[in-house]
Design a protein around this ligand. Structure first.
Ligand code: KIV
Length: 268
C-alpha cells in the first residue's frame, strides 16, 4: 500500500494517520540541502535531521558532542531542500534532559529558527513529562525508544536492547504523552512487532524488524558513504563510497596528466 499522498506536503496528522490505513512509512536521515532535495524528490515521507550527523558528518565516535546550534544549522540546510516531506529535527544530548522547560525552549528553536516541523527526543517513561510539555507548547514530538544512542555510556555500548517489558512501557509512555510517532531502534524483531501492535501511533523501526509501521535509515549507511562501521540492520542500496573514490582518483590522474580541463571546460 502506498504511504502518504506524494503530490503535497506531508503533515504531522497525516503521518500519524498512516498507521490506521496500513501504510508503511519510509524515512531517511539527511543533513544538507542537496541530499535532502534528492530524498524529498524520491518520495520519502519524512526526513530526520538526526544527531547521527555527529558521527557521519563530523567524525565523532558518538552523537554526544553535537550542539543545538549545529542541529539548527543542518536543519536549516535540509529545510531549504525539502518541498514535500515532513522534516523532523533531533534534539541533541543535554538540550532536553535537564527539565521540561529546557526542552520546550530548545525544541522551540528547532521549529522557530530552523524551520523543522517536529522534533525527536530519546527516552520513554523517564521522558513522559518532557514530551508532554513540548506537545502542550504546540511542538510535535517523535519519540525514540530501544537503543537510545545518547545513553551509549549508560547502556555500555551500541547494543541490541532486549528488555521487552521495559521497552513496551517506554513506547506506551511516549504515546500517552502525545508523541505522533516513535522510533524503535535495535530491538529483536519480535519486540518491534509487539510494540507496533500495542501502540496506535506509527512505529518507525531501525533494526527493529519488518513489522514496524515504517523504517528509517541513516543516509550515509544506505548510500555506502560511511566506511568506519556498518550496522547489521543497515542495508547498503548503492556503493557511493567506492564510486566517489574512483571518480576522485580519475580526476587526480587527469589533472596530473593534463587531460583535464579539456577544450569544452575552457573559456575562449
Ligand atoms: O540520529 C539519528 O540518525 C537517529 C536515527 C538512527 C533514528 O536517531
Amino acid at each position: 500500500m502506498s504511504s502518504v499522498d506524494v503530490s503535497r506536503s506531508v503533515t504531522v496528522p497525516e503521518l500519524r494517520a498512516a498507521k490506521a490505513r496500513g501504510a508503511k512509512l519510509a524515512v531517511v536521515t539527511a543533513y544538507d540541502y542537496t541530499s535532502a532535495k534528492l530524498c524529498d524528490a524520491a518520495g520519502v515521507d519524512a526526513i530526520l535531521v538526526g544527531d547521527s550527523l555527529g558521527m557521519v558528518v563530523q567524525g565523532h565516535p558518538t552523537s554526544l558532542p553535537v550542539t543545538l546550534d549545529e542541529m539548527i544549522y543542518h536543519t536549516k540546510c535540509v529545510v531549504r531542500g525539502v518541498k514535500r516531506a515532513l522534516v523532523v529535527a533531533d534534539m541533541p544530548f543535554l538540550t532536553y534532559q535537564v527539565s521540561p522547560r529546557q526542552a520546550v525552549k530548545n525544541a522551540g528553536r528547532l521549529l522557530k529558527e530552523a524551520g523543522a516541523h517536529a522534533v525527536k527526543l530519546e527516552g520513554g517513561v523517564r521522558m513522559r513529562a518532557t514530551v508532554k510539555a513540548c506537545i502542550d507548547a504546540g511542538i510535535p514530538v517523535m519519540g525514540h525508544v530501544g537503543l537510545t544512542p545518547q545513553a551509549v555510556h549508560q547502556l555500555g555500548g551500541f547494543k541490541v536492547q532486549r528488555d521487552g517489558v521495559a521497552l513496551l512501557a517506554d513506547a506506551i509512555a511516549v504515546e500517552e504523552a502525545g508523541a505522533f510517532s516513535v522510533v524503535v531502534e535495535s530491538v529483536p524483531a519480535a519486540i518491534g512487532a509487539e510494540i507496533t501492535a500495542a501502540v496506535k501511533i506509527p512505529t518507525i523501526g531501525i533494526g527493529a524488524g519488518v513489522n514496524c509501521d515504517g523504517q528509517v535509515l541513516v543516509f550515509h549507511d544506505m548510500m555506502g558513504l560511511f566506511p568506519d562501521f556498518k550496522p547489521k540492520f543497515a542495508k547498503r542500496y548503492v556503493d557511493l563510497g567506492s564510486a566517489v573514490k574512483q571518480a576522485v582518483e580519475t580526476y587526480c590522474k587527469e589533472v596530473r596528466e593534463g587531460a583535464f580541463p579539456a577544450v569544452e571546460h575552457s573559456f575562449r
